[in-house]
Design a protein around this ligand. Structure first.
Ligand SMILES: [Zn+2]
Length: 236
């Protein structure tokens, strides 16, 4: 599932600051939010990029300046297209700002009496730390105990992705996922655990290589020791 969400990416319009165009970010984004169950496989892998020209040019100009300041020659062949590529990469990696996780969840709610724990394990997480704008990545495990309604399973990795595709700290990312699920699903409880490696620590040698950081956030029934223990055993 997470493989699909990685491949099925389309950068939304990065033109968040000037929206006079008829194609707003949301207008672009929403049709594909509900595609994952219905769209035949070939089109799932079609990559469609929408990058705002103004935003791309503005970021690229600054990237060129960074290249100069670190002692590079932005005019050498290998770097000629780098500012534009970096500008597009950053718009892609922060596309979550243009998406509303609660709306994604609200559209996929179903009435259901099932009241056991629902767990989605090993959701791939790719984010950027807000202190260094360097990647951190790992796995998220998300569980909830429904109270009369459930959500389409593919929406949980989607919500993780929408929050991860922003500048983040791992602690806040963990809580935002919990809170979105808690607010929309109104379940008996939500539990989120994220294990991630931060390149800003690993590459700078702040911590030993391969070290990872684990964060957790729970609500409702998962505050009870027994329920939390069952969740931890299941993700163990
Ligand atoms: Zn950092």
């Amino acid at each position: 599932m997470s493989e699909h969400s990685n491949l099925d990416f389309r950068a939304v319009s990065g033109d968040r600051h000037s929206r006079p165009h008829s194609m707003s970010t949301n207008h672009h984004a929403h049709p594909h939010l509900d595609e994952d169950e219905d769209v035949p496989t070939p089109t799932r892998y079609r990559r469609i990029d929408h990058y705002a020209v103004d935003t791309t040019e503005a970021i690229a100009a600054n990237v060129k300046s960074i290249l100069t300041h670190i002692g590079e020659d932005p005019e050498r062949e290998g770097l000629l297209k780098t500012p534009e590529r970096v500008a597009k990469a950053h718009q892609f990696l922060t596309q979550g700002y243009g998406l509303d996780p609660k709306e994604i969840l609200t559209k996929a709610l179903f009435k259901e009496d099932y009241d056991e724990m629902i767990l989605v394990k090993d959701i791939e997480v790719y984010s950027l730390c807000e202190h260094h704008m360097v990647p951190f990545f790992g796995k998220a495990h998300v569980a909830y105990i429904p109270d009369g309604q459930i959500v389409g399973l593919s929406k949980i990795p989607r919500v993780v992705d929408v929050f991860a595709r922003r500048l983040q700290v791992q602690e806040r990312l963990t809580m935002q996922i919990r809170d979105a699920l808690t607010d929309v699903l109104k379940p008996k409880g939500v539990a989120v655990v994220i294990e991630a490696t931060h390149m800003c620590m690993v590459m700078r040698g702040v911590q030993k290589q391969h070290s990872s950081t684990t964060t957790s956030a729970v609500s409702g029934a998962f505050q009870e020791e027994r329920t939390r223990a069952e969740f931890m055993r299941l993700i163990g």
